[in-house]
Design a protein around this ligand. Sequence first.
Ligand SMILES: N[C@@H](CCC(=O)N[C@@H](CS)C(=O)NCC(=O)O)C(=O)O
Length: 191
Amino acid sequence: MITLYNAARCPYAARARIVLAEKGIEFEVVEIDLSDRPAWLYEKNPAGRVPVLEEDGWVLPESVVIMEFLEERYPEPPLLPADPADRAAVRLLVFRDHDFTDPYYAFRRGEDGAREELDTALGRLEALLGERPYLGGMEYGLADIAYVPWLLRARDMLGVELDGFPSLADWLARLEQRPAIASEAGIVAAL
Ligand SMILES: N[C@@H](CCC(=O)N[C@@H](CS)C(=O)NCC(=O)O)C(=O)O
């Protein structure tokens, strides 16, 4: 049985939630209050962070590693492309997620100049999505799942309009047609 140590507000945990939902995996959720987290969480993840995935007593932290583990453990439906070069391109995009998340958090903290930096980061995604339907290429998958939690939060919690980024807005609208992403959008709306 799979257990997800989760926090609804956490975009990293959202990655695990979405992959689990896309693959139709049954799992239990243990919600962690990060402002008063239990001491035992450090036994599961010395960093004291969520998400943590547990499978029959074996624990795995780190959202990117969790996504990859789930992809290998439950290969259907595939969320990575078949071709090694295409897979590497997805992994590179995920590896560089901080190019988007750093400006996002700077904007959330209200730092000077952060809005411009966030717009630059949004522009990079817009350029990618002007060339292909999904961040990872022709098919939806882990690259989209890795970024969409921040896009939903930017739009729905931080009031970032996507009007100036039509390919990105279209990508987000297409993703929200998927039950796994619609469910995550619902979680964000309830925060
Ligand atoms: N690199 C980690 C980051 C996870 C993370 O930062 N989670 C946040 C919540 S969104 C957390 O648990 N924060 C608590 C803390 O930093 O003490 C991952 O990808 O899973």
